[in-house]
Design a protein around this ligand. Structure first.
Ligand SMILES: NC(=O)c1ccc[n+]([C@@H]2O[C@H](COP(=O)([O-])OP(=O)(O)OC[C@H]3O[C@@H](n4cnc5c(N)ncnc54)[C@H](O)[C@@H]3O)[C@@H](O)[C@H]2O)c1
Ligand SMILES: N[C@@H](CCO)C(=O)O
Ligand code: NA
Length: 429
């Protein structure tokens, strides 16, 4: 197109996602310009090592060690470094001078999104981060834009590809946790520090972002009750399978009468639940809205190309806005989040115990549940090996976290109980 606007695009980072974003910007310039109403000129890529091997062959002249100079001459900055700093300072620098920013950095947005949005609002710049939650799946824009005229009551989903890949492999092949984690890292799904994935922090950051947008408020990751999958054993996966369940790491944000609950934990779901069929590094997110009813979003949750797709969608959206010359109204957070204490949340539980196989043991265990107001739905005992303890798996009806915690403490104190193997929630019907 002749006479069209040209926008200077600075890319920060050339790793798994950044390299694919550079490739698309270069290979697909014609289509991007036609869709944006502006040509997108990749002016440089900030890297740490000019000589490093990249996933994509790129002109060496694009690389620079001077990220700040690159930012200071850009209309649009794409941040794909990861981590809190210097990514946060770079984004703030760009927004403060009026450049729009696209990022996939959920950790940073979940911690400082409100402050960065305020800087953007003060200069009329845009800050977009669709890639930060559920990779390629369009989920933030549907929540913030398409459902802006509705009221969202609950968002629940699988939002971490690495842990889903691991749990799926443990379930389908009986693979060991560590071997599968190495594979997920090699495929580019895991964070630079994979403890963020397996410890649930990556999903917690995404849950905080989803809750903030869905409920028009500000929730940060440290307000999210977070449990990862490091304690999930092969025995848990096998016992869950035998009972007709699969274990998934779920992120849940829900609006209850007393306030908002945002939580991440490994959870049992029935094999016929739609989330049970989410395999490998795929993600899926359910949204329940007052007028829309139930919606489900599904797709690739991680990986270079899928995540680059989400980044590029934001780049085109920003470029359209800039070429039209009209600043977007900024979505506002109505109020500070009223979060409910985790102890008040009520779900069903699945508790694994080893017990000494003696007369009266089951009655004593059942009595403890009764005394703490937790009602048992079913109990399954695996025969003891020789004189060793027998394994028990107990499924409960709904009870509060507070009641569960006191039940588990009492079980641990019982002589007949050898160990409490695991305590997990059960979600879905
Ligand atoms: N990989 C995915 O599937 C995926 C999906 C969604 C979001 N994200 C997010 O996208 C971002 C990038 O992820 P990635 O998987 O591409 O990570 P990556 O580790 O593959 O790439 C990051 C790159 O940035 C470089 N870098 C780090 N600090 C730098 C600095 N100060 N200056 C210049 N270069 C620097 C690193 O050397 C590396 O090459 C992260 O915020 C991540 O959470 C990743
Ligand atoms: N490490 C993240 C990348 C996508 O955000 C995951 O495994 O889902
Ligand atoms: Na997304």
């Amino acid at each position: 197109m002749s006479g069209e606007k040209s926008l200077k695009v600075a890319l920060l980072g050339c790793g798994t996602v950044g390299a694919q974003v550079a490739r698309i910007l270069i290979e697909d310039g014609g289509a991007l310009a036609a869709r944006s109403g502006a040509s997108l000129e990749l002016t440089g890529i900030a890297v740490r090592n000019l000589e490093a091997k990249r996933d994509v062959q790129l002109d060496a002249k694009l690389f620079t060690l001077d990220a700040e100079a690159l930012i200071d001459s850009a209309d649009v900055v794409i941040e794909l470094l990861g981590g809190m700093e210097p990514a946060g300072a770079y984004i703030e620098r760009a927004l403060a001078r009026g450049a729009s920013v696209i990022t996939g950095n959920k950790a940073l947005i979940a911690a400082r999104g409100a402050a960065l949005n305020a800087v953007a609002a003060s200069t009329g710049a845009q800050l977009r981060y669709e890639a930060a939650v559920a990779g390629a799946i369009p989920i933030l824009r549907p929540i913030a834009d398409s459902l802006a005229g509705d009221h969202i009551n609950k968002v629940m989903g699988i939002v971490n590809g690495t842990t889903n890949f691991i749990l799926d492999a443990m379930d389908s092949t009986g693979a060991a946790f560590d071997d599968v984690l190495a594979e997920a890292q090699a495929l580019g799904y895991a964070e630079a520090d994979p403890t963020a994935d397996v410890g649930g922090l990556d999903a917690a950051a995404k849950a905080a972002i989803l809750a903030s947008l869905a409920f028009h408020t500000t929730v940060s990751s440290d307000q999210v009750h977070t449990e990862g999958i490091t304690e999930v054993s092969a025995a848990d996966v096998t016992a869950a399978a035998a009972a007709g369940y699969v274990i998934k790491l779920l992120a849940i944000a829900e609006k209850l009468e007393a306030g908002i609950s945002v939580r991440v934990y490994p959870s049992l779901i029935k094999r016929d639940h739609p989330l049970a069929s989410v395999r490998g590094a795929f993600n899926a997110v359910f949204v329940e809205a007052e007028n829309a009813g139930d919606l489900m979003f599904y797709g690739a949750g991680a990986g270079g190309n899928p995540t680059a797709s989400a980044v590029m969608g934001d780049v085109v959206a920003v470029a359209r806005q800039l070429s039209a010359g009209a600043p977007l109204p900024h979505g506002s957070a109505d109020s500070a989040a009223q979060l409910i204490d985790f102890s008040a949340i009520s779900t069903r539980y699945w508790i694994g115990l080893t017990v000494f196989d003696e007369p009266g043991v089951l009655a004593r265990i059942a009595a403890i549940f009764g005394e703490h107001g937790v009602s048992i739905e079913s109990m399954n005992q695996q025969a003891a090996l020789g004189d060793g303890p027998a394994a028990l798996r107990i499924l409960t009806h709904r009870g509060t976290e507070a009641a569960l915690a006191s039940t588990v403490a009492a079980l641990k104190a019982l002589d007949a109980v050898d160990t409490v193997l695991s305590v997990m929630r059960v979600e879905g019907n």
